[in-house]
Design a protein around this ligand. Structure first.
Ligand SMILES: [Zn+2]
Length: 93
């Protein structure tokens, strides 16, 4: 049970909003812009982000999709990683 929970929360959650549904590989930098690093992202975040850069996408979500922005902001509250830091920066703008 513990291992299952561990896998679920660390390997399968969307690194943007924490969703467990439909997580798939997301290129942090778009593949067509030379991005190789991938993280897990849910389909909704992945489709919404497209080939936008993370910061630009977060600003876009904050303005245009309050529901997703709330999920992302709350999921990253108190977290420390490169995605969370960007979320905090956009939150405080
Ligand atoms: Zn997501």
């Amino acid at each position: 049970m513990f291992l299952f929970k561990y896998l679920k929360t660390t390997l399968m959650t969307c690194k943007y909003c924490g969703s467990l549904w439909h997580t798939e590989k997301e290129h942090v930098r778009a593949r067509n812009k030379g991005g190789r690093k991938t993280i897990k992202a849910c389909r909704a975040c992945n489709r919404s982000k497209g080939s936008k850069a993370v910061m630009g996408w977060l600003r876009w979500v904050k303005r245009n999709n309050p529901y997703r922005w709330r999920k992302i902001r709350d999921y990253n509250k108190g977290r420390k990683n490169s995605i969370a830091e960007k979320v905090h920066r956009v939150r405080d703008e």
